[in-house]
Design a protein around this ligand. Sequence first.
Ligand SMILES: [Ca+2]
Length: 122
Amino acid sequence: MRTRNKIALSMAVMLAATGAAVAQAWPAQAADCPANVLCLYEHTSWGGNVMILTSSTTNIGSWFNDKTTSFSNHTGMQWCLFEHDGYGGQKLMVIAPNSAAANVGDAANDKTTSATYHSVWC
Ligand SMILES: [Ca+2]
């Protein structure tokens, strides 16, 4: 736990310094996401329904389509969120390994339909 907090904190500091993304040290709600998965949440601050992804997904399904507003990435992998199925449309967001955001921002809000994960930049 202590090590993870340290990693999350340095990640948040690094991202804040570069302005690359919005990330926070693990708040309690974000930490509820199980290990080794990406959790996508329906509402801000990790609220509402949760979609759990363990690998690249060509279509996250109609029940969660265009709903993602916050996320918690408990994997050591980078994820990319896309607007349409089959990784089509806009690349909405690049999610850093072991990061979380309470709000994906207006440009990406309620648009995600597919997601890929990578060991290198996507
Ligand atoms: Ca939403």
